[in-house]
Design a protein around this ligand. Structure first.
Ligand code: FES
Length: 102
């Protein structure tokens, strides 16, 4: 059973501004969207670009390298919903953000 790890303060995770963090050897991108913090693997499934360099638009994370778009609701790729970003459980408590990397 894994234990959630503190990765950032709540203030560091700004609305629609992807933030790269690390937990052990895992690269994670944090995104605050509509007030909620989301956490995905920080690697585009296309060619591995850091998604923390992407932009948020219309509920989607857009990879800056070749423009693939991922729905923030579930991490699915808009071109093929079967392809999803790895998503991690996130919790905010007392002004801090915790991620469970499993
Ligand atoms: S590496 Fe992300 S779209 Fe190509």
């Amino acid at each position: 059973m894994s234990k959630p790890v503190k990765v950032a303060s709540s203030a560091q995770v700004k609305e629609n501004k992807p933030l790269a963090v690390r937990v052990d050897d895992k690269k994670i991108v944090l995104i605050r969207y509509q007030g909620q913090v989301l956490a995905f693997r920080d690697s585009c499934p296309h060619q591995g670009a850091p998604l923390s360099h992407g932009v948020i638009k219309d509920g989607r994370l857009i990879c800056m390298y070749h423009g693939w778009k991922f729905n923030l609701s579930d991490g699915s790729f808009t071109g093929n919903p079967q392809l999803k970003l790895k998503r991690f459980d996130v919790r905010e408590k007392n002004g801090e953000v915790f991620v469970d990397v499993g």
